[in-house]
Ligand binder design. Structure first.
Ligand SMILES: O=C(O)CCC(=O)C(=O)O
Length: 260
């Protein structure tokens, strides 16, 4: 049974400086979105789930398990953790709903970075201007274990097509000027997270250590997002028509589940 202590950062303690940093840079480092006890608990839950759960891909880059909150009550408690949703809404400044979640595991010595990309071009979204992801370290993630690196300000590039996250030149071949921008690498202690805008370019270093890198990503979209019709694993067979709002039980609204 998990004993809960208070997280270091909540929607109430989030500072104006943190909000301004997110909105200017497209990402922000938030210490203690989970308490150390919660991080240790969810680290175990995620590892147990990953042993048996179906993976979308199990390549060198990472083992990716998508929409785990729909499959496991333990992971649902993490994805729908009120602290994560309420902090995300305060940073984004608009009502949000869950788009999907994913456990991302880089195996020990996986030998492959996650190459530069933006997230939103992969998604079948219309009218989503403040997509935001919370990347939570469930174990300590120093640079050597595969932490995230961001290009500050790159979230303004809403014009780029999807990039290939196994090709180091993919992003820079379609947007050469980004290659010369400064980059910020953010090692995280267990329970810390980064929030990033769905258009903020990022990559993650390989895991050079003997332990797996376990991250959980909770991805939010504007509550008013509509379906573009583009193919995506989360919306396939879900019956949405082009232009229809992505709402309903697949996409819970923060204001609703955080109030429960
Ligand atoms: O954890 C990684 O390796 C990459 C994560 C990522 O690209 C994301 O959360 O958008």
């Amino acid at each position: 049974m998990m004993t809960t202590t208070t997280a270091q950062t909540t929607a109430e303690t989030l500072t104006d400086e943190q909000i301004a940093a997110y909105r200017t840079q497209g990402f922000v480092h938030i210490p203690g979105i989970l308490s150390p006890e919660e991080a240790a608990h969810f680290h175990e839950v995620a590892q147990d789930f990953a042993k048996g759960g179906p993976a979308l891909s199990n390549q060198a880059i990472f083992q990716q398990l998508v929409n785990v909150w729909r499959q496991d009550e333990g992971m649902k408690a993490l994805t729908l953790h009120p602290n994560i949703g309420t902090v995300a809404e305060k940073l984004a400044g608009v009502p949000l709903r869950i788009w999907h979640d994913q456990i991302l595991i880089k195996k020990p010595h996986n030998g492959a970075p996650t190459e530069w990309h933006q997230d939103q071009p992969y998604w079948p979204h219309l009218e989503s201007v403040q997509p935001i992801s919370c990347w939570i370290a469930l174990c300590d993630v120093p640079v050597e274990r595969g932490c995230m690196t961001f290009i500050p300000g790159s979230q303004v590039r809403t014009d780029l097509r999807a990039q290939n996250l196994s090709d180091p030149d993919s992003l820079f071949s379609i947007c050469p000027e980004l290659k010369w921008e400064a980059r910020v690498t953010v090692p995280l202690k267990a329970g810390d997270c980064t929030f990033h805008h769905g258009r903020c370019a990022h990559m993650a270093t390989p895991n050079f250590t003997d332990d797996p890198r376990i991250a959980h990503v909770v991805i939010f979209m504007d509550a008013a997002t509509k379906f573009s019709g583009a193919p995506h694993v989360v919306t396939q067979n879900a019956g949405f028509a082009v232009g229809e709002p992505l709402s309903g039980e697949l996409f819970p609204q923060v204001a609703e589940y955080a109030a429960e």
